[in-house]
Design a protein around this ligand. Structure first.
Ligand code: PLP
Length: 696
């Protein structure tokens, strides 16, 4: 890797040549002093290792020996050992102890149920149960040397990380291996290298122009920006010229390493970091899987990036109408029946894309859908923008990949600790065409990606692996508390799965992600806009989203008990105002899909012409009826396209759009063009239509 080889321990450091300018020397010194000053106050990790051995005396000896080794050797991760004698206790400890990082299982049989001593579970079965429950844990086996040959092969097939000989009683050796393994898992290859580079304080003769913040720091006009953002935002903002930081477009060093450990963590064959959100991740996959004209099955309620991906790829979309909960204006999953029948009707489709979970937390029962799609050779992409944490707690699994999906895209920034726009693409497609993928990935990726964003993906993965289970357990507990507290106001009410699910999807085995909390506000006496304003202005609370009669709150691994208390307090105070319920006006339901006459890409790239939506008498413009739209028209909310390029315009659609324009409520109407004050649609000219291939 050329200069990539010269890492943190730069020889020039030892030779005392390092800080060539006083300002750099002072800065580096100040940073070191600050770091060492803060270090004692920074929380230190706690890591527990569970030993499972059914002979109490042997167990005691192991735990004592290992704890003594941990005390006497270097122990930066705070490792301590505890022991249990039965599989049942082991499974309980694995469920309860979020600080558990590794498990050492004796290969002998363990009694699962003490009341029924005959019902035993083998070490192998126990390992399976442990890894099913918490796949991120390191698992080691204690074996008798003479059984090595029989056992080792079987155990390694079960993702066991290693084994120790029971008779050796080499506690210091065992400790060193466990410590090294946990340290390996908690390594952040890219972030570590970024820090190394920053501490090396090289003179920058490359982009970015702020040159580690030097252009801002001493400026009387913009130094406040430097102070507000913090120095490392700038000195960590580097360019592809720095070879030791690898290249996002052709990773072979620390980015490749960080992606490999992320793939292991998320259960993928390959993982790719993306720095322009899941919006771009979706487009990259579409362009990889679809040649122009090839069919794609997609939920009409998919995120707009999916619809843009259809235009870019030139794919032929087959839209699946989502289920609608009209009472709360919530657009749910596509009914299973609809998906399965589309798969059977279009076996020539290349791919199917679904969103799971949805914005409101509804998760598909993916496995049977994936199975049916695979039977027809259709690849399955799951947009997990809202579900990137799911792998790290059994309450949220199976993930899309665990259910057999070929691709999953995740907005790591939405629900884990990465910076905004940081996203991951996970690939399990056995026929993955890496070259094509890379070309498309590079087509969409800036040649100047934000390195702090890549570092944040690396760190978010580490956090998910090391403490995701613990933090998600807390988020689940807070969600239960919050739900009970909201319901106790007697005015606000949390909608549970039964009420959220539209009738068409009630028998589809759909589940709810409890970290998304949808609250019925219809009895509180406020309109949803007034309530949001009140929460924001008076109680400093900003919610995730709303419909005309619901608010949706998002709990994440960053939600704290004090935030929950403040929200409860605010809702209780509002409830106690005892206002009479207001009449709430719902949005009209979005019309069903009509007909696609041309491929979206063909229609989009026509010049088209602008035709007003309304006539002189304020009625709908008849000239638009039967015409093909050239743009995607998306009312927001609900964010579902009412028209896509190439789709035929009907009276119903025009009435719906004109109704929204006349409504008192502020609705964004993406895709409408204003000719002066006149709202218009861009439609294909008759001559353009003649030149295009029809697909209806
Ligand atoms: C279902 C879905 N997919 C994709 C995206 C885009 O994600 P990002 O904001 O990471 O670009 C969103 C964003 O809200 C979304 O809701």
């Amino acid at each position: 890797m050329g200069s990539g080889q010269e890492h943190g321990r730069d020889p020039s450091l030892r030779e005392g040549k390092k800080y060539s300018t006083p300002s750099l020397r002072i800065r580096a010194l100040a940073a070191t002093i600050r770091f060492s000053f803060l270090a004692p106050f920074m929380k230190k990790p706690v890591s527990r290792v569970l030993i499972i051995n059914d002979e109490p005396l042997v167990l005691k000896e192991f735990v004592k020996g290992l704890n003594a080794a941990a005390r006497s050797l270097d122990n930066p991760l705070g490792i301590t050992f505890t022991g249990v004698t039965t599989a049942r206790e082991a499974l309980a400890a694995i469920e309860e102890d979020g600080d558990l990082q590794a498990v050492v299982v004796d290969d002998k049989l363990y009694i699962l149920n003490q009341k029924n001593a005959k019902k035993e579970t083998s070490a192998l079965e126990l390992v399976r149960r442990i890894t099913r429950f918490r796949p991120e844990l390191d698992v080691y086996i204690l074996i008798a040397q003479e059984h090595e040959d029989e056992i080792v092969d079987t155990l390694f097939a079960e993702a066991v990380d290693g084994y120790f000989y029971r008779e050796e009683r080499d506690y210091r050796g065992m400790y060193r291996i466990l410590n090294a393994q946990i340290q390996e898992r908690s390594r952040t290859p890219f972030y570590d290298q970024l820090k190394n580079y920053v501490w090396m304080a090289k003179d920058s003769w490359h982009t970015p122009g702020h040159s580690s913040g030097e252009s801002l720091r001493d400026s009387p006009w913009v130094n406040d920006f430097y102070d507000f953002m913090g120095e490392h935002v700038f000195d960590g903002d580097l360019s592809v010229s720095v070879k030791m930081l690898d290249s996002l477009m052709e990773p072979t060093g620390v980015i490749a390493e960080a992606q490999t450990v992320a793939a292991k963590a998320f259960g993928a064959r390959r993982t790719f970091f993306a720095t322009n959100g899941t919006s771009t991740s979706n487009k990259v996959i579409f362009q990889t899987l679809l040649a122009p004209g090839e069919k794609l099955l997609l939920d009409r309620n998919c995120h707009k990036s999916v619809h843009h991906g259809v235009v870019l790829s030139g794919g032929h979309p087959i839209y699946l109408d989502s289920s609608v909960n009209a009472k709360y204006s919530l657009y749910g999953p596509v009914p299973k029946k609809t998906i399965l029948s589309a798969i059977r009707k279009h076996p020539d489709a290349q791919a199917l894309i679904l969103t799971s979970c949805t914005y409101d937390g509804l998760r598909y029962d993916l496995a049977p859908i994936v199975e049916e799609a695979h039977r027809k050779g259709i690849k399955v992409i799951v947009d997990e923008a809202w579900y990137g944490f799911a792998r790290f707690h059994p309450a949220f699994r199976p993930t899309a990949l665990e259910a057999g999906a070929d691709y999953a895209t995740q907005s790591t920034h939405k629900v884990l600790s990465a910076f905004s726009q940081a996203s991951m693409i996970h690939v399990n497609d056995p026929g993955f065409n890496e070259h094509l993928f890379r070309e498309n990935f590079n087509m969409h990726t800036s040649t100047s990606p934000q390195y702090s964003m890549i570092a944040s993906l690396d760190v978010a993965r580490k956090q998910a692996v090391m403490e995701g289970y613990k933090l998600l357990s807390r988020a689940l507990a807070l969600s239960r508390e919050l739900r009970a507290q909201i319901n106790s106001t007697g005015v606000f009410r949390v909608l549970e799965l039964e009420e959220l699910l539209p009738d068409e999807a009630k028998r589809d085995n759909i589940r709810l992600d409890p970290t998304k909390v949808t609250v019925d506000i219809s009895s509180c006496g406020y309109t949803v806009e007034d309530l949001q304003r009140e929460l924001f202005d008076r109680y400093n609370i900003q919610v995730e989203k709303s419909t005309f009669n619901t608010l949706t709150l998002l709990l994440t691994i960053g939600t704290t008990r004090s935030k929950v208390s403040r929200l409860y307090d605010a809702l209780m105070r509002i409830a106690r105002e005892g206002r009479a319920p207001r009449r709430l006006y719902r949005f009209p339901e979005i019309p069903g899909f009509t007909k696609l006459r041309f491929l979206p890409r063909d229609a989009f790239y026509c010049g088209g012409e602008l035709v007003p939506l309304v006539n002189d008498k304020d009625g709908i413009k008849r000239e638009l009826l039967g015409r093909a739209c050239a743009d995607q028209i998306v009312p927001y909310p609900p964010g579902i396209p009412v028209l896509v390029p190439g789709q035929i315009i009907t009276r119903e659609i025009l009435q719906y759009l004109v109704g929204l324009l006349r409504s008192q409520k502020r609705v964004e109407l993406h895709g409408i063009v204003y000719d002066g004050y006149l709202p218009c649609l861009r439609v294909l000219k008759p001559a353009e239509e003649k030149g295009l291939r029809r697909i209806d």
